[in-house]
Design a binder for this molecule. Structure first.
Ligand code: ADP
Ligand code: MG
Length: 321
């Protein structure tokens, strides 16, 4: 690499994100030394983004930086955790300084907005691949998990669903329509908003929580099966964005809301006796979440429309081919 590995780390990653008092040693030593607050448990997640697999090869570099952290922030949000420290394992074909500057800007901006410090990593040469590990904490015993749901719990999802899958189709020029709607959907894919504050707030309410990365139906199904129950979603209640409905029409938009990935919304279950308090303390208009169904004793995940169970193919892609 033209730029030495040392110079590259110094220039782009030594002071990425925020400085934090609980970082005893960050970038520069053999490992980071971090102080977990008393009474808290450490929460750890990692996710890899491979060029050409998880994002198009020619994605805007700041979007690659943003998404590599966002997917991990979303995992911590689903645990009800507060993010604190990130590590970055970066594999690059070459030290392209323009690419690196934008990548670090995208990663750094999202890190700062969640008060995350980049405390270490690894830099190697090879096909473009980005792995972020994110560490955070929760008060001991208070983490949300996938497995705490019970039959009868009400199921909610944050934000709107299906946007990112449509946004990826826009990015790959597989979807046409009004420019403003396409721009908005593309943004939902390139720069997803992890629901970190909502996840923390849900600690007192949710019995189970998962972030939606593979598609709402699949992920709600994973939450249900981890909780040893099933889930029933109401077709007409699925939250759709206006741009998605405008571009795809309502039927395809609802199918994509169920099957499209990469939205990074939170799907969570709330016991009936917590609902009134949830609705008053976290007003849905302000916190942007929607009631979409319920957990039930019978296993599996199904979608109900006007009292009948719908059949679903799990391939949102078909609609753009
Ligand atoms: P070692 O060979 O001991 O693993 P490195 O030379 O790989 O050390 O890294 C030196 C320091 O720079 C370490 O503190 C490491 O965590 C940090 N580092 C390396 N690559 C990155 C990166 N891409 N982002 C942030 N920190 C990095
Ligand atoms: Mg070492």
């Amino acid at each position: 690499m033209a730029l030495s590995e040392f110079a590259l780390i110094e220039r782009y990653f030594r002071s990425c994100g925020v400085p934090r008092a609980d970082v005893i040693l960050g970038v520069g030593d053999d490992a980071a030394l971090l102080r977990v607050p008393a009474g808290c448990e450490l929460v750890a997640a990692t996710d890899t983004l491979v060029a050409g697999v998880h994002f198009p090869q020619d994605s805007p570099p700041d979007s690659v930086g943003h998404r590599s952290l966002a997917v991990n922030l979303s995992d911590l949000a689903a645990m009800g955790a507060r993010p604190a420290w990130a590590l970055l394992a970066l594999t690059l074909p070459q030290a392209d300084e323009a690419w690196l500057a934008e990548f670090a800007a995208g990663l750094g901006e999202l890190a700062r907005s969640h008060e995350v410090a980049l405390v270490g990593g690894d830099t190697t040469r090879g096909p473009l691949c980005v792995t972020v590990q994110l560490l955070g904490f929760v008060p001991a015993g208070a983490a949300l998990t996938r497995s705490g749901g019970r039959a009868g719990d009400v199921v909610f999802v944050s934000g709107t669903c299906g946007d990112a899958a449509a946004g990826l189709a826009v990015e790959q020029q597989r979807l046409t329509g009004p420019a403003e709607a396409r721009r908005w959907l593309r943004e939902r894919f390139l720069r997803p908003t992890p629901r970190v504050a909502l996840g923390e707030q849900l600690r007192g309410f949710a019995s189970a929580c998962i972030d939606v990365s593979d598609g709402l139906l699949a992920d709600a199904g994973k939450l249900a099966s981890a909780s040893h129950v099933g889930v029933e979603l109401a077709y007409s209640e699925l939250p759709l964005s206006e741009p998605l409905a405008a571009l795809l029409g309502e039927r395809h938009a609802r199918e994509l809301a169920l099957t499209g990935g990469d939205d990074y919304e939170l799907c969570f279950a709330v016991p009936p006796h917590h609902i009134a308090r949830l609705l008053s303390q976290l007003p849905p208009q302000e916190w942007r979440y929607t009631r979409i169904g319920a957990l039930r004793a019978a296993p599996g995940a199904s979608v109900v429309r006007d009292g009948t169970v719908m059949e679903f193919s799990h391939s949102g892609y078909e609609h753009f081919s």
